[in-house]
Design a binder for this molecule. Structure first.
Ligand SMILES: [Fe+2]
Length: 505
């Protein structure tokens, strides 16, 4: 492995930090690396794996003003690129306005999710509730050959080179970016049409918008989505002809908002509302379907099936887990992040466009979340979902499940004691002809080895274990959202001698 340190960021976190989401498997990095020809610990790098795996990370540089929440950390993007049977690695902080301002100030300036906005040191800020730092540490997607990082409370989209993870700037869409509302956690890049579908939300009517950016990076559609009040939608889905939005009954107490408190409460007496809108439809064309009360953090996929829309995602059996007195103070404080406490299971909603009725079914007994699939099947009938299992009581992924949605069977692997994975992306094999003809790629934080690895599995044979294990330069923080971009979707990739070289996007 050929390693070079390309950057260091000064951390002001305390040496005796005891926060479990800033220590142990969540210990943030301060170093940025360029590493080529990654050391192969086991197996061989497949020669038909070609492209980049990108993962975002909440990687805090400064302590919180009072209480750190694991979603507050500054964005750091890890890249593992594969070409010709070799692999490279890059990691860079997302150079957000907030990161740069706090670097200058030498400490935190904005309030985090577990803090009241009123304690922020600055009056400005980002997010649906305001006076937060847009850390751009939530998701990363690739649209139009450029990586975009996101902020779950709605913020800017930072543009990164998907090979080097270097920040290039912010999406402006020719000046039409909705700067006052921002974009939520999970915009969707539809590789078939080249479009980026997105939504945002806020505390003022209409409380949500939905929009479409075309393959030329132009905002071509942006409409109001009227909700009954402020909501906290996190994800969306789409089919060939429709975008699918949601109004789940877990939202900030509207009376407390007026007093500056943002307390999310679940309302089991209210239905989950699922909104279906033609992809370029006007505000009047949205149709709402009522389903069983829950909160859905992530959808997996959706597709049209005759007069029905099939929508798959993770149903939470307990969106507001009570403090049951079990575990230490941290486990109790962050019980809302533990998959076993939320009881999230793969679920299918069938929305009947003719009758307006919804049929629901649980697809698996296994508690999983953070589902991924072959991106070439997004919006279409599909068969396989790959999802994470969680370490009980913690926001840590301890294994991976391959759900076969046609047979209802599943294959499951554990990463092993003290080893935590990331959201696992599916990378179709070059020239693949079947949905599961490809690889599953994830990054691990291995506390036993005090190291991190990139694991590559054969997507059709998960239980055989990794076909390849690559070592990263140092142990990285645990992290979640990721994506895969094939080499042929990246400008200059195929013609460059060194695929990791920036091509001036
Ligand atoms: Fe998410």
């Amino acid at each position: 492995m050929d390693v070079e340190i390309v950057g260091r960021v000064l951390s002001t976190l305390p040496a005796d930090d005891d926060h479990p989401y800033r220590t142990g498997p969540w210990r943030p990095q301060t170093t940025e690396f360029r590493a080529d020809d990654l050391t192969v610990v086991q197996g061989e790098v497949p020669t038909d794996l070609d492209g980049v795996y990108l993962r975002n990370t909440e990687n805090p540089v400064h302590p919180a003003l009072r209480n750190y929440h694991p979603f507050d950390g500054d964005g750091m993007v890890h890249v593992v690129g594969f070409r010709g049977g070799e692999a490279f690695y890059r990691n860079r902080f997302v150079r957000t306005d907030g990161l740069l301002a706090e670097a200058e100030a030498g400490g935190p300036l904005w309030a985090g999710l577990a803090e009241r906005p009123a304690i922020a040191k600055r009056d400005d800020g980002w997010g649906a509730r305001g006076r937060m730092k847009d850390a751009s540490s939530t998701d990363v997607v690739v649209h139009n050959g450029t990586a975009l990082t996101t902020f779950y409370q709605c913020g800017d989209l930072y543009r990164l080179d998907p090979r080097t993870a270097e920040t290039l700037g912010k999406a402006t869409w020719g000046g039409d970016f909705p700067f006052d509302w921002g974009v939520s956690a999970h915009p969707k890049a539809d590789d078939r049409t080249g479009e980026l579908l997105f939504f945002n939300y806020g505390t003022q009517a209409p409380y949500m918008h939905y929009g479409v950016v075309d393959a030329d990076d132009k905002l071509v559609h942006y409409v109001d989505v009227e909700l009954p009040g402020p909501r906290l939608p996190h994800d969306m889905a789409y089919t060939e002809n429709y975008a699918i939005l949601n109004d789940c009954p877990l939202f900030w107490d509207p009376e407390l908002i007026g007093q500056g408190h943002y307390a999310a409460r679940f309302h089991p007496e209210l239905p989950t509302r699922i909104g279906v809108i033609p992809r370029r439809g006007g505000p009047e064309s949205i149709r709402w379907f009522e389903a069983e009360s829950t909160y859905v953090l992530h959808w997996v996929n959706a597709y049209e099936d005759g007069e029905e829309i099939v929508l798959d995602g993770f149903f939470q059996g307990d969106p507001e887990p009570a403090d049951n007195g079990m575990g230490n103070k941290w486990e109790r404080a962050f019980r809302f992040l533990a998959l076993d406490r939320m009881q999230s299971r793969l679920h299918r909603w069938r929305l009947n466009l003719r009758t307006g009725l919804v049929r629901e079914e649980q697809l698996s007994d296994t508690v999983t979340e953070f589902g991924m699939m072959n991106g070439g099947y997004a919006g279409r009938d599909y068969r396989y979902a790959y999802a994470a299992t969680g370490k009980p009581a913690w926001f840590l992924f301890d294994g991976l499940v391959r759900h076969d949605l046609k047979t209802g069977t599943e294959e499951r692997i554990s990463f092993g004691e003290g080893v935590y994975g990331s959201e696992t992306a599916m990378a179709p094999r070059v020239g693949s002809t079947a949905e599961d003809d490809g690889y599953l790629v994830t990054l691990t934080t291995d506390m036993r080895a005090d190291a991190s690895y990139c694991l590559v599995f054969d997507a059709a044979r998960l239980s055989d274990g990794p076909v390849c294990t690559l070592q990263l330069p140092e142990r990285i923080s645990s992290g979640t959202h990721s994506t895969w971009a094939s080499g042929d979707s990246l400008p200059g990739w195929a013609t460059s001698d060194d695929p990791a070289t920036a091509v001036g996007l």
